[in-house]
Write a protein that binds this ligand. Structure first.
Ligand SMILES: Nc1nc2c(ncn2[C@@H]2O[C@H](COP(=O)(O)OP(=O)(O)OP(=O)(O)O)[C@@H](O)[C@H]2O)c(=O)[nH]1
Ligand SMILES: [Mg+2]
Length: 448
């Protein structure tokens, strides 16, 4: 989905750029390492590093001998030459596959640098791809998300975004704004000729745009769920089996379990994946009135975690002997009532899921129930793409501009629509704003 976004971008990136080099694979020894070169000097540098390479036969892997500038043999490598504009960055490029030794990689990169290239900055290859219209900024962000993806949903969402699914949504919104602007500017001409403005049509166009903005904005919650994971916090009285459940869900002995109440005093966090969705599971100190300042601090932290949870697992031990505490507090959407130690229960508790970490009873059902609840916003989104915080900030700005049009004079309306369009262009990276680009690419690794 190559679009031309190059027009407004800084000239040092699009035309007349220098040539950059970086290792593209992770640092450290590995079977293989990939080194990338990109820029107008690529062919000349290739001639110095591997004189037997034929840059006129691009997009084809070939075996080459790499040598230092003086001619000393360095390594035998697989090389793939690319010629502009048919490359990742849109420039001439060379990719080299060498043995993953740090010495070899440093020697190859060093040779290329001393011949005139520069070490690439984080994300600089992708930044050039954006500058040369190979992808927009939303897709560039997805490149990073694909690399960072650790769960199935993260990978799926990043892939969709990389292939342009989210860019298309922004594109459709932008088209609607262009049509709205045409309507308003057209009516400005009519006004001059004394023809009445069709207010209703304009209001329809405006609310249509706002609805499109809102449809994108509702996906932000799902995006956070997929990108960062839901916080699932285990809350209950001391000894109710919180840490035992924490360990059971993680399938490892992460937290200390003991028969003495008040064992856990700090907040423990662990990453978990449930059916392809990331979850941050949190174990807390048992909640009770205590004089001991250390445990009291633990209780205060548990309360704080309770407040910021996406889902609370409200635990009551079946051996407690009292009415479950969660029946005495107001039930909320984000709370799941669980009776633990069901193997010790004399009778079932209504409105709660019974589990026993000793026998394993109910633990799979609990896992399924957690999944249902944390996945709900993800399933609710229409496509498989969701906006991130950067996008939602721009969308909110666009929305404000569209709101301030109501009962404004036509000239002002036209200006506001243009400002809303500018907010979208910033999302897609088609405006020249180094601050925005710096912020996006600073989170990239070198070599991407
Ligand atoms: N019979 C039985 N005992 C359990 C079960 N789960 C936990 N226990 C026991 O209950 C005691 C307390 O368990 P913990 O997991 O440490 O309880 P906790 O809620 O983390 O306690 P604090 O950290 O002190 O708040 C331990 O002796 C566990 O072995 C269960 O399903 N069945
Ligand atoms: Mg504990």
């Amino acid at each position: 989905m190559a679009k031309d976004f190059s027009s407004g971008l800084s000239s040092d990136l699009s035309g007349g750029a220098d040539t950059i080099v970086a290792r593209a694979t992770a640092a450290g020894a590995g079977a293989l390492a990939v080194i990338r070169v990109s820029g107008p000097e690529t062919c000349r540098l290739a001639g110095i590093l591997c004189p037997d390479i034929n840059m006129e036969s691009p997009w084809r892997a070939c075996v080459v001998r790499l040598q230092e500038e003086g001619g000393a043999f360095l390594e035998e490598a697989i090389a793939i030459p690319y010629r502009a504009p048919r490359s990742y960055t849109g420039e001439d490029m060379l990719e080299l596959m060498v043995h993953g030794s740090r010495w070899i990689v440093d020697a190859v990169v060093g040779t290329i640098i001393s011949a005139g290239a520069r070490q690439a900055a984080p994300g600089e290859f992708t930044r050039r791809a954006v500058a040369n219209g190979k992808m927009d900024l939303v897709q560039a962000e997805a490149v990073n998300e694909v690399i960072q993806a650790e769960t199935e949903w993260q990978a799926r969402m990043a892939r969709e975004q990389l292939h342009g699914a989210l860019s298309q949504e922004f594109g459709a919104l932008r088209n609607a704004l262009v049509a709205f602007l045409a309507e308003v500017e057209g009516s400005l001409d009519f006004e001059e000729q004394g023809v009445a403005v069709d207010d209703e049509a304009q209001e329809r166009a405006r609310t249509g745009c706002v609805a499109q903005v809102d449809a994108l904005l509702v996906t932000v919650g799902a995006g956070v769920r997929v990108r960062e994971g839901a916080r699932v916090v285990i809350i209950g009285k001391p000894n109710s089996g919180k840490s035992t459940l924490f360990n059971a869900l993680l399938a490892r002995e992460r937290a200390i379990v003991a028969p003495t109440p008040g064992t856990t005093r700090d907040v423990l966090e662990a990453d978990l994946e449930i059916e392809g969705l990331p979850v941050v599971l949190v174990d807390t100190a048992g909640i009770r009135e205590v004089a001991d300042p250390t445990e009291a601090e633990g209780v205060r932290r548990a309360r704080r975690e309770e407040g910021r949870a996406d889902l609370i697992l409200a635990l009551h031990g079946a051996d407690d002997g009292k009415v479950p505490w969660f029946q005495e507090v107001e039930a909320t959407e984000r709370q799941l009532n669980v009776v633990s130690k069901a193997d010790l229960a004399e009778q079932p508790t209504e409105g709660a899921l019974a589990i026993s970490c000793l026998t394993g009873q109910g633990v799979d059902r609990l896992r399924e129930e957690i999944h249902q609840r944390v996945a709900a916003p993800v399933w609710a989104m229409s496509g498989s793409v969701a906006v991130n915080v950067r996008h939602s900030e721009a969308l909110l700005r666009a929305r404000e501009h569209l709101e301030s049009i109501v009962s404004a004079p036509q000239e002002v309306a036209a200006l506001e629509i243009r400002s809303a369009m500018l907010a979208l262009d910033e999302v897609l990276g088609s405006v020249d704003d180094d601050e925005v680009l710096d912020a996006v690419f600073s989170t990239f690794c070198v070599g991407k």
